[in-house]
Design a protein around this ligand. Sequence first.
Ligand SMILES: N[C@@H](CCC[C@H](N)C(=O)O)C(=O)O
Length: 292
Amino acid sequence: MTTFAKGHGTENDFVLLDDPEGRIDLTPELIRSLADRRAGLGADGVIRVVRSAAAGQDPSAEWFMDYWNSDGSAAEMCGNGSRVFVAYLLRRGWVSLEDGEELNIATRGGVMPVRRRGELFTIDLGAWKVAGGPPAVAAGSDVTVTFPGLPPLPGLSVSLSNPHVVVALPDVETLAALDLSVPPIVDPAPPNGTNVEIVVPLHDQSVRSELGHLKMRVHERGSGETRSCGTGTVAAALAARAWGGNLAPDHWRVDVPGGTLYVDAEGTASEGDSAKLSGPAVIVAEGELVTS
Ligand SMILES: N[C@@H](CCC[C@H](N)C(=O)O)C(=O)O
């Protein structure tokens, strides 16, 4: 009998599978069928909840977030998923966290600390880079991105533990009208695919603000358009921070279709060792899989 939970972080939704001792054979077919919104439970991603020791992962963190996109492909990291993962470990009583305490979790992108403050969870995603380094920052872009019906637009690649390309649009009407039903075409094509974030800055960029403010939509590698992407909001804030130069803040609010997330960046315009993502995590249901 396999028990599962359904949860979301700003409406980026996940099926979590209990597998503390690493007994489930999680095939791409099983992931796709669980994530299917008509014939399955429905989710943007599937997370196997497994002890690091049972999954051959870094044992310095007891629990491994085994994250998979809805198309069955593995990803290095999921920012929203990490908060939901820790909320679920707490719910199951598999970990305990006093208010303000941190828990290290293992991911394919490395071990990362998650802190709980009340209902809010903060993960430090660690090292990041604007992929082309200072030349890409100076030029403001290193790739072009083409959406249906639009000419190619400049995009800036940002590497967290997973890949991102960020595109800025001039206004929220253009953002709302964007067709994300098919993957945007990125040129040159990143070797391992990429997540694409499209942003409109909402704060006054002509003066230095304490808090940057972006509106964002996202097309996720392996999942299509989702209502939120945590690592995507961090990439978006890092790109906007690079574009903004001296006037750009380190603290950002990012509004996505599913809610609001906050980002705190550290480092130069092109690289750093810390980028924190804060937001909610909700567990909505628990149940048992019926196996045929
Ligand atoms: N939604 C996630 C990111 C999930 C992985 C992504 N689709 C990829 O393939 O890199 C988030 O909240 O960060």
